[in-house]
Design a binder for this molecule. Structure first.
Ligand SMILES: [Zn+2]
Length: 411
C-alpha cells in the first residue's frame, strides 16, 4: 500500500496507506481564459494518503504555492451567508479572548479583509497577511492593512519586530493549505501575547468522512484535520486547545481556540466531547479510510449514470458553483460539457472562463435563470440551502436540484 517517499507533515513517519488516487488533474483554481489555452494546461498527480502512525490524512503532492496562490480567485466577500458567518465568528472570538474589550487582531491568510472588517467595526487594531497579491491590494485599498506575503516564521519575525504581539491571532482555512504546518504554528505562537487566543479553523475531517466530501481534496488542500491532529500539532509547539466549536462553513469546520500552555487555561468539556465523537466515528484509525475510496468510486458511478440518463432523455443539465471543490468533483467524475452544459457562478473573476481540466464554460447565474434548464447539479453543496432559496423561481417552474454527495439525491 505504501507508495513513493513521503514523510507525514505532522509526525514525519514515512509509512502511509493509499486512500484515494485522483489520477492526473489540473489545479482546481486554474481556470482557462479561453479554450485555446487548454493546450498549455498542466496536469499533476493527486493522491490522498493516511499516515499509519498518527492517522493524519494528507495528499502526497505539493505544488509550488506561488503557482497556486499568487493570483488566487476565491474572494471571501462573495456569498451573502459569509457575511453572517463573519459576524458570528467575531462575536464568538471576542467572547473567548479573555483580554481587552477591543483586542488587537492579526489574521493569517486574510484574503480581501472581509473578516478583519468585522473586527474593525468593533474597534480592534488590525493587520492581515495574504499571499494573493491582487486580493491583498484590494484589501489595502479598502483600508484593511494587509501584507502581501506567505505567512511563516520569517514573516512572523518581521511582524513581531515592527508591530509586536497580538491578543488574537486568526488562522481560518489556512492550516489545510500549507505543507510546512510546523512553520505556520511556530509563527502563530511567536505572535500571540502570553494570555492571547489563537483561532485555528479548518474543514473538519469528521464531515469530510461522513458526507463523503472527497471533493474537498485538491492540490491547494494539503492536509485534512481532525481536532485530534490539531491538538497533536499544537502540543508540539507548547500550545493547547481550550475550547472548540463546529461551525457550518466549508461543509462543516472545526474551530479550535488555542492558548499558550503556560497560560494554563482550563480545557472546556467541548474538547473531550469532540475528541470522543471523532474516536467513535473511527476516523482516528485505518479501517474507516480503507472504505472511503470505494465509497467515492461508487458515488462517481452513480452520478455519471444519472447524468447520462438525463442526457439520453434530452434534458438540459447545468451546474451551480465553480469553487475548487466543484472543479475537483468534475475532474474526479470525468464530467464534460456533454453531461453538464455549463457551471453558473457569481464570481465575476470566473464568468467567461472554462473549468480546469474539463473545459466546461463558467457563466453567470442570470444565464442559468434564463435558459430552459431541467436539472441543476449543486456543486456548491455547502451553500445548498441558500441556493434553493435564491433560485425559488426556477424551482417553481419545475427545475430540479441534484445534490451530489454522499450519494446523488434530489433536493
Ligand atoms: Zn503522521
Amino acid at each position: 500500500m505504501t507508495s513513493r517517499a513521503h514523510a507525514c507533515r505532522i509526525c514525519q513517519s514515512p509509512d502511509h496507506d493509499l486512500v484515494l488516487d485522483y489520477g492526473e488533474v489540473v489545479p482546481a483554481d486554474a481556470f482557462l481564459s479561453s479554450i485555446d489555452a487548454a493546450a498549455h494546461e498542466q496536469r499533476y498527480p493527486l493522491t490522498l494518503v493516511l499516515c499509519q502512525r498518527c492517522f493524519h490524512l494528507q495528499i502526497l503532492e505539493v505544488l509550488d504555492p506561488a503557482l497556486l496562490f499568487v493570483n488566487y480567485v476565491w474572494e471571501t466577500g462573495i456569498p451573502a451567508s459569509i457575511q453572517r458567518y463573519c459576524r458570528e465568528f467575531a462575536d464568538a472570538v471576542l467572547a473567548r479572548s479573555g483580554g481587552p474589550a477591543s483586542p488587537s487582531v492579526f489574521e493569517i491568510a486574510s484574503n480581501d479583509g472581509t473578516m478583519l472588517k468585522e473586527f474593525r467595526s468593533r474597534g480592534c487594531r488590525l493587520l492581515g497577511v495574504d499571499p494573493a497579491r491582487n486580493i491583498a491590494r484590494k484589501a489595502n485599498s479598502a483600508g484593511i492593512p494587509t501584507i502581501p506575503d506567505f505567512f511563516g516564521e520569517r514573516v512572523a519575525r518581521d511582524v513581531l519586530t515592527e508591530h509586536g504581539q497580538w491578543d488574537v491571532v486568526i488562522a481560518r482555512n489556512v492550516l489545510a493549505h500549507v505543507a510546512d504546518v510546523h512553520g505556520l504554528i511556530a509563527g502563530l505562537r511567536l505572535l500571540l501575547t502570553p494570555q492571547g487566543t489563537a483561532v485555528i479553523e479548518v474543514p473538519h475531517l469528521l464531515d469530510l468522512y461522513r458526507e463523503l466530501q472527497y471533493d474537498q481534496v485538491f492540490h491547494e488542500h494539503i492536509g485534512y484535520h481532525s481536532l485530534d491532529s490539531i491538538i497533536r500539532l499544537c502540543a508540539m509547539h507548547d500550545l493547547v486547545v481550550f475550547d472548540v466549536e463546529h461551525p457550518w462553513v466549508h461543509g462543516g469546520s472545526v474551530r479550535a481556540y488555542v492558548g499558550h500552555a503556560a497560560a494554563d487555561r482550563r480545557a472546556l468539556p467541548t474538547v473531550a466531547g469532540m475528541l470522543a465523537e471523532e474516536e467513535t466515528a473511527g476516523i482516528l484509525g485505518r479501517q474507516a479510510w480503507q472504505q472511503f475510496g470505494d465509497r467515492a468510486r461508487t458515488q462517481k458511478r452513480l452520478l455519471r449514470a444519472e447524468l447520462s440518463s438525463l442526457r439520453e432523455a434530452g434534458k438540459m443539465v447545468v451546474g451551480y458553483g465553480a469553487a475548487a471543490k466543484g472543479m475537483s468533483m468534475i475532474q474526479f467524475c470525468e464530467l464534460d460539457d456533454q453531461l453538464v452544459a455549463y457551471v453558473a457562478d457569481k464570481s465575476t473573476m470566473k464568468i467567461g472562463k472554462f473549468a480546469p481540466g474539463a473545459h466546461i464554460p463558467i457563466v453567470s447565474p442570470d444565464r442559468m435563470r434564463a435558459d430552459p434548464v431541467d436539472v441543476v447539479v449543486v456543486f456548491a453543496w455547502n451553500f445548498a440551502r441558500e441556493i434553493l432559496a435564491q433560485e425559488k423561481a426556477m424551482r417553481d417552474r419545475g427545475v430540479r436540484f441534484l445534490h451530489p454527495i454522499p450519494e446523488p439525491h434530489y433536493l
